[in-house]
Design a protein. Structure first.
Lengths: 139, 111, 139, 111
């Protein structure tokens, strides 16, 4: 058993994005069985955690500071899995339009970046919580 | 948010003094740039050399400034991107939208 | 509600001490309502987490790599609380001798450091788990 | 564990090239020093300038080396402690046990 689990609950406030991002970086820097560039991985985990949590705060919880966001990070030998939970109305990940580079709009790049940087991304609607699940292979 | 501004050779150089540009502070940057453009600025150089991390809303705030500048017949260019920040522009192809200079001096020379 | 909770489970191996320590540092650096020196706090949290977890690994779990250690960090407005769980035989914190500076022995400074750096330290024996609880006031 | 050794002015300078000295790697340092003392070393200078973090078992390993050196009629001194590492020696009063020098050069001169 070499699994690592980190389970974090923070207030639904963007000021905690950097805490979650930093914890992601800390984990990336200690993944001693990761073959790739660990500093690049640190940025990527920081980013996908920041994007997913910002979506929960804004789109699901409408910036309600009294709510909380739960983030779970699970690492086993082969993969790293991040789950970001929200208690919002949910959305359909599969029907999001891809960003159009020739029409530079200000929004809509968060999930594109997540999908680019992670190997599998899935959004499961549920009661009482929805969850965005992101997996990255480590070998 | 810590931002330093300085006028150099008729450009307004705006140095973002934050290690992170994310959904927590990007609106502030966007509003700050919008307010500057209400003055008579013709060229803004945004110095990102202190920024180690940018997310999609940081990119969005800069894009908003860029479009806003064009509306005001001004321009907004970027300078001093750290390699991982530069990589975010490339991943989103926003490097094709912005004029990006190695540092502030080159941005001023490239005028 | 401004509480932060971080719950971590790692294998009972000393190579994970640095991960736990780094997460402690990450938290210290983001505690924006802390008035003191944040870098000093980062070192202190890194240290007390490292000491407490090393004790669980060695003295409670006898380096059995198949076991796990659970660490919980809870922050509210006034205080930061760290709990380190073990499933060992337990020990009596109150009857530990204080270190004697004039007889420099190699061991026995871990809990002394924890007690020096934290405001309250308590060890609760229980079934199936014991827990070392360390609190530090933040204001 | 990364350790560099070098002989200078009849001292053996041992540079610990690890940011952390903790229960994960302190036994290795202890064994390494014990093995060196089986040779004919008379003075070991342990350069800790790369060490950012030390815990009680790191302190214990150095203390073991110190006592072991005395048994071998040799000596072990420390150099280059970062301020927070130095603070750990003060908190545990081990600064009264060890000879601690600002850097390796001072440790060599202080011979
Ligand atoms: N957790 C969520 N709950 C509800 N809607 C979401 C959630 N995450 C994303 N969305 C929807 O998906 C859209 C695209 O998200 P994203 O790519 O991150 O870009 P942005 O957040 O900039 O709009 C959002 O505008 C929102 O409508
Ligand atoms: N979690 C634990 N389970 C059982 N015994 C413990 C535990 N933590 C500490 N101890 C006991 O307390 C003693 C003192 O611990 P500490 O001050 O950390 O020094 P050291 O670990 O160097 O001996 C240990 O030697 C051990 O006997």
């Amino acid at each position: 058993m070499n699994d690592i689990e980190v389970d974090i609950v923070v207030p639904n406030q963007t000021r905690y994005l950097s805490l979650i991002g930093r914890i992601g970086e800390a984990i990336a820097r200690e993944l001693d069985h990761y073959r790739g560039d660990r500093e690049a991985l640190a940025y990527q985990l920081n980013l996908v955690l920041t994007e997913a949590m910002a979506n929960a705060i804004k789109h699901a919880h409408h910036e309600n500071a009294g709510k909380t966001v739960r983030v779970r990070i699970h690492i086993d030998r082969d993969a790293l899995q991040i789950e970001v939970y929200d208690q919002g109305q949910g959305f359909d990940l599969e029907s999001l339009p891809p960003p159009q580079p020739d029409v530079p709009v200000e929004h809509g790049r968060g999930l594109f970046l997540i999908r680019t940087l992670m190997d599998e991304v899935e959004y499961r609607r549920g009661k009482p919580e929805n969850v965005l699940i992101m997996r990255k292979r480590l070998q | 948010m810590q931002i330093q501004t300085e006028t150099r050779d008729g450009n307004l150089v705006l140095s973002v003094q934050e290690p992170r540009l994310d959904a927590h502070n990007s609106d502030e940057l966007k509003d700050y740039i919008a307010k500057l453009l209400e003055g008579n600025e013709s060229r803004l150089v945004v110095d990102l050399s202190a920024v180690r991390f940018i997310d999609s809303s940081g990119l969005g705030a800069l894009l908003s400034g860029y479009k806003n500048a064009n509306l005001h017949r001004a321009s907004l260019v970027l300078a001093g991107l750290q390699p991982r920040v530069q990589a975010m522009f490339e991943l989103t192809r926003l490097n094709r939208v912005f004029e990006i200079y190695r540092d502030v001096d080159e941005a001023l020379a490239g005028h």
